[in-house]
Design a binder for this molecule. Structure first.
Ligand SMILES: Cc1cc2nc3c(=O)[nH]c(=O)nc-3n(C[C@H](O)[C@H](O)[C@H](O)COP(=O)(O)O)c2cc1C
Length: 201
């Protein structure tokens, strides 16, 4: 079935190459408003977004993140993506922002049980809004992993993160400089239950 919303959902891909110029203010505000309109547990609306457009701030953040990862060691059980951030940082020149001109840091209240779920709803709304407007986006998780790394934490608090907030995720945003082909989704299993099933035992 075809519908403009469904078309946007199915056309979205994570963009990992961006043009350097900043998208217009009105487009960025529209993306952020889509995030703010997301559902939240108990209508808490407690997400907090830091929208970083300063190239100088992005550059400082990149350096702090690279230094943090470079000081870490990956073990046999280290999550694959985290291992890759550590390896690339040790090599030098690691850019966790993927060269995007805008980074949205998405935070929520520490200890709030729906923090990740609410933030994911908001970030997905933003990814779809970006797609609808011709912008590219990609979820960026490095600041979530480094939420408690003192130098990164201190800098994010200097940028406006509240000490009671935890970084749940992030979003690279900008004009895409690549057009990845759609991917086939074979995971995310679905079971349909259409007939009565008796209780076990
Ligand atoms: C919770 C979450 C964390 C992710 N973290 C990163 C990340 O840190 N860096 C990155 O390049 N992509 C990240 N991604 C993007 C996924 O790699 C991507 O969604 C997946 O490979 C499917 O590709 P698609 O988004 O193009 O459909 C993340 C996605 C999600 C939902």
């Amino acid at each position: 079935m075809s519908h403009p919303v469904l078309d946007v959902i199915h056309a979205r891909r994570s963009i990992r190459r961006y043009r350097p110029e900043l998208p217009p203010e009105t487009l960025l505000r529209t993306v952020l408003e889509a995030g703010r309109a997301a559902p939240s547990g108990g209508n808490s609306q407690s997400c907090h977004f830091l929208v970083i457009r300063s190239a100088a701030v992005l550059s400082r953040l990149r350096a702090l993140v690279e230094a943090c990862f470079a000081s870490m060691e990956a073990g046999p059980d280290t999550y694959r993506s985290l291992r890759s951030s550590i390896t690339l940082s040790k090599r030098g020149g690691y850019d966790f922002t993927l060269g995007a001109p805008v980074l949205v840091v998405a935070a929520n209240q520490r200890g709030y049980g729906n923090a990740l779920a609410d933030t994911a709803c908001a970030l997905e709304n933003m990814m779809l809004a970006a797609q609808a407007l011709g912008l590219g986006s990609c979820w960026i998780n490095q600041l979530h992993w480094l939420d408690d790394a003192p130098p990164v934490r201190a800098y994010l608090e200097a940028l406006g993160l509240d000490p009671g907030e935890t970084v749940c995720g992030g979003l690279a945003l900008g004009w895409p400089d690549q057009s990845p082909a759609p991917i086939e989704h074979t995971g995310n299993r679905v079971d349909w239950i259409d007939a009565d099933v008796e209780l076990p035992g």
